[in-house]
Design a protein around this ligand. Structure first.
Ligand SMILES: [Zn+2]
Length: 305
């Protein structure tokens, strides 16, 4: 069963497994998922704005599953959890154990970065269940495995793996037709995570942004991240700043990906790691974001949320 609107599609990608894809992807235009079970649904991420979350919830309600909702937040970024409250105050909210501190730290920063977006009544997520390495949910028909794979995109990335149907929800650890972004996590950790996810043997990959893909999406993300490490090593050797290295290198073979300015942020993280920095250690995100705007000729990246 498919529910279509112009920009948002709920598609059954395997029996009882649904991908909710928002076009065109990019900043804050994120994806979500729903897994139907005996007495309700497991929800994977809840989108950026109140209106978007409510439209997604309405699509899930139309599936005719029971009333129980269990929400999984793949990481702390607001475009994956600001909409939690649309799924009710009684829903369990599951996140990684490093998410709560990051959620408190980050708060509603996205709404200040892009004040023109109609965010609606959005709140900082409050997980009710957290875990360290993994957690298994049984929906009745389907084993739902939550796996911690961070630090990668952030410090607290979890993916949702369905071994029976071979569907993988990657959160932002893997992106489809959009530039990977490891500023708040780790470039080397992202590469390890991509390799681990590849070995799961997924047939269908629902990324945090962009269209539904097959396992070939891992190759493009890996190639992009390897190039980041190469550009960073050469830039450090030359004594260039990450911004200078980004300008010298340009997008290379990845000009077709959305949000190319993430190159600057990725290079900041790769530089930190080449200098021996810990994966996921805090970097000055607002200042790096300013450099991403500079790379963009002074234009704030477009947010279509
Ligand atoms: Zn994210």
């Amino acid at each position: 069963m498919d529910t279509q609107t112009e920009q948002e599609t709920l598609t059954e990608v395997a029996e009882d497994v649904y991908a909710y894809v928002q076009r065109p992807g990019g900043w804050c235009v994120s994806n979500a998922g729903a897994i139907a079970g005996r007495d309700g649904a497991v929800i994977v991420d809840t989108l950026a704005t109140q209106a978007r979350a409510e439209r997604f919830r309405a699509c899930v309600d139309q599936l005719g599953v029971g009333a129980r909702r269990t929400v999984v937040n793949t990481h702390h970024h607001g475009d994956h959890n600001f909409g939690n409250q649309a799924f009710g105050t009684s829903a369990e909210v599951i996140a990684h154990e490093r998410a709560p501190a990051e959620l408190i730290d980050t708060g509603l920063a996205l709404t200040r970065l892009w004040p023109d977006v109609e965010w609606g009544d959005v709140r900082v997520a409050r997980p009710t269940i957290t875990f360290a390495d993994g957690l298994v949910l049984e929906t009745g028909e389907q084993r739902v495995e939550l796996l911690y794979v961070g630090p990668a995109h952030t410090t607290n990335d979890i993916v949702v793996w369905l071994p029976r149907s071979k569907v993988l929800f990657t959160g932002d650890v893997v992106l489809a037709d959009a530039t990977p972004f490891a500023l708040m996590g780790s470039v080397s950790g992202s590469l390890e995570a991509v390799e681990r996810l590849r070995r799961l043997g997924a047939r269908t990959v629902v990324c945090g942004h962009g269209p539904v893909k097959g396992p070939e999406v891992f190759d493009e993300n890996e190639a992009y991240l390897r190039r980041i490490q190469q550009v960073a090593a050469a830039g450090l050797d030359a004594g260039w700043s990450p911004l200078r290295a980004a300008r010298e290198a340009g997008p290379g073979d990845f000009a077709h990906l959305l949000d190319p300015e993430r190159l600057v942020g990725n290079l900041h993280r790769a530089y930190a790691e080449l200098r021996g920095g810990e994966r996921g250690e805090p970097l000055d995100v607002p200042s790096v974001f300013g450099e991403m705007v500079e790379y963009n000729e002074g234009v704030l990246p477009t947010c279509l949320a």
